[in-house]
Design a protein around this ligand. Structure first.
Ligand code: NAP
Length: 243
């Protein structure tokens, strides 16, 4: 049985896919989970789950993050765990990429985690305790055609993870990164069979991952048993990054 002492977790992008699974698994392990998404309608999917507290917040908007932080301070005091999971992609080859496509992806995938991490970090430093986990992507290390903006944002998260781990380790705060491969969610549902087959050819385990493959790792990284792990990136990709 894993041993948990931390109690309040923020999960961005908690309404669907990987973030919903993370929210559910933490809630089932007695965390108070503040699950964040962009609309009340999308949060309906988790509204009735025990220990989950849905909160509408656009993480690309600083004021919206301030409201989220105020809600957490007023209701729970502080957060012990932050999972920066929310992410979007707006794919295009660089020659055709509009600056809005670049900026929007950076605002959600990299600037959002920066602002939210900064907001919750002060309390973690004061408490000398905290877990921050960033959800990156193998695109962040390998790059991907047509995903210059997405890959740059995810590579930025990897570098942010390592830098912050060095800064706050002495405060007993761990900062880690998970780099999923191809996971079955809305984000990958639109891929054609041909594209999926191309990916499957590169995956030694010959299947797409499931959100629970990520959720289980998050649960471990939040436990006391993971207290000596920081600044690391864990590839959960069926071996895809080996190729
Ligand atoms: P998804 O099914 O598309 O869900 C995205 C989640 O992010 C939704 O809950 C969405 O909320 C939320 N979100 C989007 N923009 C937001 C914003 N501005 N503010 C707050 N929340 C926002 O995605 P997923 O596949 O679960 O992916 C989760 C993370 O894993 C992402 O960072 C993604 O880049 C990364 N990842 C996924 C894969 C994969 O194969 N699926 C692979 C590598 C990395 P709404 O419901 O309100 O839209």
């Amino acid at each position: 049985m894993l041993n948990f002492t931390t109690k309040t977790a923020i999960v961005t992008g908690g309404s669907r896919g990987i973030g919903k699974e993370i929210s559910e698994i933490l809630a089932a392990n007695n965390y108070n989970v503040i699950a964040v998404a962009t609309s009340e309608q999308s949060l309906d999917s988790i509204r009735d789950i025990k220990n989950i507290h849905p909160f509408c917040c656009d993480i690309s908007d600083k004021q919206s993050i301030e409201k989220l932080y105020n809600y957490i301070s007023d209701t729970f005091g502080y957060a012990d765990v932050l999972i920066n999971n929310a992410g979007i992609h707006m794919d295009n080859i660089l020659l055709r990429m509009k600056s809005e496509e670049w900026t929007k992806v950076m605002d959600v995938n990299l600037n959002g985690p920066f602002h939210l991490t900064k907001a919750v970090l002060k309390d973690m430093v004061k408490n000398k305790c905290g877990r921050i986990i960033n959800i990156s992507s193998i695109s962040g290390t390998d790059g991907n055609k047509g995903q210059g903006n997405y890959a740059a944002s995810k590579g930025g998260l990897l570098a942010l993870t390592k830098s912050l781990a060095k800064e706050v380790g002495r405060r007993n705060i761990t900062v880690n990164c998970i780099a999923p491969g191809l996971i079955e969610t809305d984000m990958t549902a639109h891929l054609s069979d041909t594209v999926k087959k191309g990916y499957l050819d590169r995956i030694p385990l010959k299947r797409l991952g499931k959100p629970k493959d990520i959720g289980q790792m998050i649960l471990f990284l939040c436990s006391n048993e993971a207290s000596y792990i920081t600044g690391q990136t864990f590839y959960i990709d069926g071996g895809m990054s080996l190729n």
